[in-house]
Design a binder for this molecule. Structure first.
Ligand code: FMN
Length: 185
C-alpha cells in the first residue's frame, strides 16, 4: 500500500476474523518499531507479545483489573466480561513498555518516542492487512499485570495493542485540518 493510503485508511480495529496472525508477520511488524525519531536514540521500549495461553492469562488479568476498578458499580461484571472477551478475540496482544528515565524531560521525550514506535507497529500491521487496537485503561496501573509483565520499578506500559485480521473496518471522521491551521505568511 502507498504510505499516504496507509495513513488515511488505517482504523482502530475492534473485530477480528479469528484467523491467527503468523508469528513471522508479527516479528516483521515489530521490526518497524525502533525506526522513529528518538532523542538521544535512547530506545526506551520493550515489548511483550502475548498469544495462546499467555493471551488467555492476560485476558483474565484484564477481567480482574476491570472488576477491581469498577468495584461496587452495577455494570462491573458486564464490563469485565467484555474486556476479557475483547482480548480473547484478538490473535495477539502486544504490551508496549516504556523505560522511565530519571530525568523528567527525557521521560517526556521518551514517551513521545514510544508512542511513535507504537504507531509504527500499527501502521506496519495495517500495511500487512492486520488490524490493531490501542488499549489503555485499568491494565496500565494494575499490580498483578505489572507482576505478570515482570515490570521493573522504572518501567510503565504505554499501550496494550490487540492485533488480528479485520472483520469490520469502522468509519471515522476527522475535522478538515484547515480548521486547525493558522498560516502565518
Ligand atoms: C494513547 C491511546 C489510548 C487509547 N486507549 C483506548 C482505550 O483504552 N479504549 C478505546 O476504546 N480506545 C482507545 N484508543 C483508541 C481510540 O479510541 C481511537 O484511536 C479513536 O477512536 C480514533 O479511531 P481510529 O483510530 O480508527 O481513527 C486509544 C488511542 C490512543 C492513541
Amino acid at each position: 500500500m502507498e504510505l499516504r493510503e496507509v495513513l488515511k485508511s488505517r482504523r482502530s480495529i475492534r473485530q477480528y476474523t479469528g484467523e491467527q496472525v503468523p508469528e513471522d508477520t508479527i516479528r516483521e511488524i515489530l521490526s518497524y518499531a525502533p525506526w522513529v525519531p528518538n532523542h538521544h536514540v535512547s530506545e526506551p521500549w520493550r515489548f511483550v507479545v502475548a498469544q495462546g495461553d499467555s493471551l488467555a492469562a492476560l485476558a483474565d488479568l484484564r477481567h480482574q483489573a476491570v472488576l477491581r476498578r469498577r468495584a461496587g458499580e452495577e455494570s462491573a461484571q458486564a464490563r469485565a466480561d467484555k474486556a476479557r472477551q475483547e482480548f480473547l478475540e484478538a490473535s495477539a496482544v502486544i504490551a508496549v513498555i516504556q523505560r522511565l528515565d530519571e530525568d523528567g524531560t527525557r521521560r517526556h521525550e521518551d514517551h513521545a518516542a514510544v508512542a511513535m514506535a507504537t504507531y509504527n507497529i500499527i501502521l506496519a500491521a495495517w500495511d500487512a492487512g492486520v488490524g490493531a487496537f490501542w488499549n489503555t485503561g485499568p491494565l496500565m496501573q494494575d499490580a498483578d499485570v505489572r507482576t505478570w509483565l515482570e515490570l521493573r520499578e522504572d518501567e510503565q506500559p504505554v499501550a496494550f495493542l490487540r492485533l488480528g485480521y479485520p472483520k469490520a473496518v469502522p468509519v471515522q471522521r476527522r475535522s478538515p485540518i484547515e480548521d486547525r491551521v493558522d498560516w502565518r505568511r
